[in-house]
Design a protein around this ligand. Structure first.
Ligand SMILES: C[S@@+](CC[C@H](N)C(=O)[O-])C[C@H]1O[C@@H](n2cnc3c(N)ncnc32)[C@H](O)[C@@H]1O
Length: 325
């Protein structure tokens, strides 16, 4: 299936930050947890001849298209694309080469434009398609959006729409889903979209933002366990960093951003020395927002593995001298 174009969010910023301080290095090793259309991977690989990039994706379309592009660009000696959920990446590296560390790792979370524009995957209500929403569409162990909508309890559905979608008409929507599914399963994007729109007050039904947006986002997050895998992988990725290596994560909603912010904070407070590259998240420039309005909710947070922990206590050295007396 042809892979749709994807605008790589905060691409220049990611490359500049990960390449900073790399002039002295002979071989620069990066990892990209979310290859997608390869925008970040290729920009990193093309930034210098001594860069190699280990990339992963779990989407079969992204992998097929990616392998073709890597060959076409003549990068097969320096860009290595693997089929896996990024949650498995730290263990995959540890078991293939326990010494391997990275000078930079990037993750650009969520789905790509391809998913939204490729109607038959069920991510978008713009097309009528089976309610699927699995990025790893070949993984039969994953529940589809239809499985969730048709089998989950009232309480669980409310939790999903409310927590992952912050949908304020959750109660009405779930009540209506339960009524509809009693007569027949809800199987398609358009069926679900109509149920949701009908639960909205008339004056909000045809506004700028489709009322189904939040519930579709919530289902996608649940189907792909997006928050769980993010939370599970960050500690492992931090361990894979070289000294001065950076982990850069781009998030698209507050739930993801909170996880990254808190786990980075925990890392800074741990015994291993890390420091935040930026206290506040880096946002797309006005120029980028004009070119790609889908970047509007993107936030980039970066953490660096450092050599030695800086002491917050300016008298620490004196107390050490005191201890030696
Ligand atoms: C926003 S796109 C990345 C776009 C990419 N940075 C680019 O510039 O083209 C996210 C990609 O990551 C993949 N992805 C998301 N979560 C993943 C996970 N847990 N494991 C592996 N791949 C994942 C999706 O399949 C999608 O292709």
């Amino acid at each position: 299936m042809a892979y749709k174009k994807h605008y790589s969010v905060l691409n220049k910023e990611v490359v500049d930050i990960l390449m900073e301080d790399s002039e002295q290095l002979q071989n620069i090793k990066f990892a990209d947890m979310t290859f997608g259309a390869g925008g970040h991977t290729f920009a990193l690989a093309e930034s210098a001849k001594n860069v190699s990039v280990y990339s992963v994706d779990q989407d079969p379309d992204a992998l097929k298209n990616g392998k073709e592009n890597i060959n076409e660009l003549g990068l097969s000696e320096r860009v290595f694309l693997h089929d896996m959920n990024f949650e498995q990446f730290p263990e995959f590296i540890r078991s293939s080469d326990s010494e391997m560390k990275f000078n930079g790792i990037v993750a650009d979370l969520g789905v790509s434009s391809h998913h939204f524009d490729e109607g038959d995957r069920g991510f978008s209500f713009r097309f009528d398609a089976p309610l699927d929403m699995r990025m790893d569409v070949d993984n039969d162990e994953l529940e589809t959006a239809a499985d969730i909508v048709n089998n989950y309890s009232k309480e669980d559905l409310e939790k999903i729409f409310f927590t992952y979608g912050e949908e304020k008409f959750t109660h009405r929507i779930v009540k209506s889903i339960l009524e509809h599914r009693e007569s027949a399963p809800i199987e398609t994007t358009k069926q679900l979209e109509k149920i949701i729109i009908d639960c909205y007050p008339k004056k909000l039904q045809f506004g700028k933002i489709n009322p189904a947006t939040k519930c579709f986002q919530a289902l996608r997050i649940k189907v792909n366990k997006e928050l769980d895998v993010l939370e599970n992988v960050i500690p492992g990725l931090l361990e894979l960093l070289e000294i001065n290596g950076r982990l850069a994560i781009i998030t698209f909603h507050s739930l993801e951003d909170r996880i990254v912010k808190n786990l980075f904070k925990d890392a800074v407070q741990s015994d291993v020395p890390y420091e935040l590259y930026n206290k506040k998240p880096i946002l797309p420039s006005h120029g980028e927002l004009e070119e790609n309005p889908r970047s509007r909710s993107a936030k980039l947070r970066v953490i660096t593995k450092i050599n030695e922990k800086k002491s917050k206590n300016k008298y620490a050295q004196f107390s050490k001298i005191g201890e030696n007396r």
